[in-house]
Design a protein around this ligand. Structure first.
Ligand code: H2B
Length: 112
């Protein structure tokens, strides 16, 4: 089985299933730096990345934006001096899909 970093998003569909609790536990093993939060009744993956200054944070932000465009799957990004907060969830299903775990893993690669 390929790792999440080697996978691509499937097209987002409104009837796609959310990941189960068991799947969340298994998938989270590959993205230990991320937490699952609740925004309203929607679960999301969240991680804060630290950088030396605003310019470095902006470079990373643009890399994540390019990744999102390439996969047609988009995060919420908060760009601040020295840090970027990234949140992934699937708008169409109002929660977490396998796509979000793939994108979190690939986001980690951009920070390294
Ligand atoms: C029309 C467009 O393909 C859809 O709106 C895509 C765009 N990017 C997306 N990103 C995320 N995170 N969730 C979605 O459901 C989603 N849908």
């Amino acid at each position: 089985m390929s790792t999440l970093t080697q996978q691509h998003c499937e097209a987002c569909r409104a009837d796609a299933p959310k990941v189960s609790k068991q799947e969340q536990v298994e998938l989270q093993r590959e993205i230990p730096g991320w937490e699952i939060i609740a925004e309203g009744n929607e679960q999301q993956l969240k991680r804060v990345f630290s950088f030396r200054d605003f310019a470095a944070a902006l470079v990373f932000t643009n890399k994540v934006a390019e990744l999102a465009e390439s996969e047609n799957h988009h995060p919420a990004l908060l760009l601040e001096y020295g840090k970027v907060t990234v949140r992934w969830w699937t708008h169409k299903i109002g929660g977490l899909h396998r796509n979000d775990f793939i994108m979190a893993a690939r986001t980690d690669q951009l920070a390294s």
